[in-house]
Write a protein that binds this ligand. Sequence first.
Ligand code: FES
Ligand code: FES
Length: 202
Amino acid sequence: MSEQSKKSSLSRRQFLKGVGTGVAGSIAASKIARALPLEELEKASPPPGQVLITLKVNGREKRFHVEPQTTLVEVLRERLQLTGTKVVCNHGECGACTVLLDGKAVYSCHMLAIDAQGKEITTIEGLLSGEELHPLQKAFVKKDGYQCGFCTPGQVMAARALLLKKPNPSREDVLEGMSGNLCRCAAYPKIIDSVLEAAKIK
Ligand code: FES
Ligand code: FES
């Protein structure tokens, strides 16, 4: 590896590390309540300033005491350790945090956990069948639809929502359906090929 490429790969790693630290920091800074066993939660009154919420995530009901301003992505990553869902902008702009709510793609950084009650929440982990990748994930691997991979879970979830709505999309449909998900590596052509490939798998 040349000195120049060593430097650039190092800086990319540092950048990703920086992103990771920022994400962890922002979540740690949020005031998320301590997890309690279910029976205790149901008996106990919420601590001051918190509310008891129930979320259905990947088919399982979970209850938490949270401050009302807690976002869905904070609960997913910090409380449920479902860290496949990524945070980049934390501002409803990039789509890295995309999950499904009743089959529709939403930005989980831009949604309060309290508002996700009563919906079926699906994260990237919920697409797996045991250890088996979902056909969409296989299509991304087959078509090389990623580079650093940081945006990939959000891209896959957006693609899942698109294919649920439109199982046989045209290239234009895919372009439009995936337009809410940014990729800093600009892997767009292969991401689109991956979604079209997944649509062929019945
Ligand atoms: S992290 Fe949620 S939209 Fe960017
Ligand atoms: S693959 Fe790197 S940000 Fe999309």
